[in-house]
Design a protein around this ligand. Structure first.
Ligand SMILES: [Zn+2]
Length: 276
């Protein structure tokens, strides 16, 4: 078990973003006894081609809770905002401030502000808008302030404009990759219905439960292989030549400058998985 218990809040826009993008990291934290919470800023109720509204929101909520169980996180909170309509309003900012203050994270991870999906962009905006205000007593005054800002990181994305993702930390996730696939497999409405429909590959989805898990692994794992290959130099820098060269799957994180300043030593404390 870790000597210092970290509290980690991963804030995504939809009830699968934290799992898909940061699931490996979450599993590595919980394996060491750190405390992880996922927050989805919307209920995901537009992510389907045949169902929607209350039926989809509740189905996706159940999927998120099943994934949370595998991850070993303390909570997967889902805010009841319509998917596709999240706005960076003061009202939503107040909710995010309250949730951050109540959880008291050492680390927050969220989307970058430039991203294809408006909900991702505005989730990032809400976290950035809360980043300083969480220390200001005259905002959301009935909730105790954070004594200091947490470290804030962005999760990986592939977008290049106006500037590309620059990794400050690349985490090898080979040891938890099967469990991460199990987490992704929980999101049936997305992995086997909506996303294949949206991408025109619905006819490729196997009907049998056992084949589906293998299918989703074959579909999704190359994405994490690509991150490892793309940032191979960083992996070698962090893990050493021998280990860095053979890492197969990775997740990457970038420091958000609106969080607390972080030194190279503190970066090692924030990602305490050996190799730095
Ligand atoms: Zn999303």
């Amino acid at each position: 078990m870790a000597s210092r218990i970290l509290r980690v809040l991963i804030i995504g826009a939809h009830p699968d973003d934290a799992d898909i993008t940061c699931g490996g990291l979450a599993l590595k934290y919980t394996a060491l006894g750190h405390v992880v919470k996922f927050l989805s800023c919307t209920n995901g109720d537009t992510g389907h081609h045949e169902i929607g509204g209350v039926e989809l929101a509740r189905r996706r909520y159940d999927e998120s809770q099943a994934s949370a169980k595998i991850a070993g996180i303390v909570e997967y909170e889902v805010l009841d905002n319509h998917c596709g309509e999240l706005e960076p309003t003061v009202a939503n900012r107040r909710v995010i401030i309250r949730i951050i203050r109540e959880f008291k994270p050492d680390i927050i991870i969220t989307h970058r502000p430039n991203d294809y999906h408006p909900d991702h962009r505005y989730t990032s905006q809400l976290v950035q808008d809360a980043a300083y205000i969480i220390t200001v007593p005259n905002m959301v005054s009935l909730t105790d302030i954070m004594p200091h800002s947490p470290w804030i990181f962005y999760m990986y994305d592939k977008f290049q404009k106006p500037y590309p993702f620059i990794p400050d930390m690349v985490v090898a996730i080979d040891d938890v990759i099967e469990k991460k696939v199990d987490m992704i497999h929980c999101h049936e409405s997305q992995m086997y219905e909506w996303l294949p429909f949206n991408q025109g590959i619905l006819d490729q989805v196997p009907a049998a439960e056992a084949s589906r898990r293998q299918w989703v692994a074959d579909w999704r794992l190359p994405f994490f292989e690509k991150i490892a290959d793309q940032y191979r130099d960083k992996l070698i820098e962090l893990y050493g030549k021998e280990k860095g060269k053979v890492v197969r799957y990775a997740e990457a994180y970038e420091v958000c400058e609106y969080g607390a300043d972080i030194s190279p030593e503190e970066l090692g404390e924030a990602f305490p998985f050996g190799g730095i």
